[in-house]
Write a protein that binds this ligand. Structure first.
Ligand code: ATP
Length: 257
């Protein structure tokens, strides 16, 4: 079957991944378009995180392909994918605990640094100028995710919700075209989930495509343009939230009704 690919989309075709005898993904095809928020839902163990790991290059794939626009990223390294514009967050935030919030986000912008390690050690004019730019951008991003009050706080003293927003800001520092978020609403308060919704809407407005892996289905159905539901490593349906919510296999398999 031939599938039309949206211009500049991140597209996955026929992805398969086995861990020993476990088929974590069996022929998964999805397309994430620029400027869309797409939810990825499914029961525990259905393959959501495996898909994110394969999109971001953490696991090699067994079969299938990954393209960003015309660029074949199927065998690309994590760094190559980051340079191509794919950023992600993790189920448990992976921050540098003893660095400040500002420093964590500045590190996310490493791609923009050209002065190199020696230049940074010698504090060359170029390194100082880059540092200033990275710091200004990090400040802007931290304000954008509601962490203006925590710039100089160590990452490990931040509350759980703050750490989640910090991780998103760090991902954005790489100026991605696509962001893969692994359960960003996990452990957030109602107010924080509302803030997360506002952040996702802002990303969409900037033309960034967001893949949102999330168990918080009310949030997913409310905020997403499209939702993909998977089970046992296979796509059940990809459609608008209303259609996915009403899909009989989704109701049976995922919502347990
Ligand atoms: N590194 C690994 N080694 C072995 N098996 C793995 C590995 N990662 C995932 N799996 C298996 O692959 C399947 C899919 O797991 P995955 O974590 O992708 O599911 P998930 O949908 O993200 O689950 P959850 O919602 O609980 O996070 C599961 O059976 C899991 O045990």
């Amino acid at each position: 079957m031939t599938m039309q690919t949206a211009t500049g989309a991140l597209s996955v075709r026929g992805l398969c991944k086995h861990f020993g005898g476990v088929a974590a993904l069996s022929g998964v095809s999805i397309e994430l378009r620029p400027g869309e928020v797409q939810g990825l839902i499914g029961p525990n163990g259905s393959g959501k995180t495996t898909l994110l790991n394969m999109l971001s290059g953490y696991y090699p794939i067994d079969e299938g392909s990954i393209h960003l626009g015309n660029e074949d990223l199927t065998r690309a390294t994590v760094q190559r994918r980051a340079c191509a514009g794919i950023a992600r967050t993790f189920q448990t935030p992976r921050l540098l605990p003893t660095l400040s919030a500002l420093e964590n986000v500045m590190l996310g912008g490493w791609r923009d640094a050209r002065a190199g390690m020696i230049g940074a050690m010698l504090s060359s004019p170029r390194a100082r100028a880059e540092d200033k730019l990275l710091s200004e951008r990090a400040l802007e991003l931290l304000c954008g995710v509601g962490l203006a009050h925590a710039l100089d706080e160590r990452a490990d003293v931040l509350r759980h919700g703050e750490q989640r927003f910090l991780e998103i800001a760090r991902a954005l520092a790489a100026r991605p075209r696509f962001v893969l978020l692994d359960e960003p609403a996990g452990g957030l308060s109602g107010n924080e989930i509302a803030s997360l919704g506002a952040v996702l809407a802002a990303l969409k407005n900037c033309g960034i495509g967001v893949l949102l892996v999330e168990h918080h289905t009310d949030f997913v159905f409310r905020i997403c343009d499209r939702v993909t539901a998977i089970d046992f490593g296979r796509v059940i349906v990809c459609d608008t939230p209303d259609k996915v919510r009403a899909h009989e296999d989704v109701v049976r398999v995922y919502l347990g009704a």
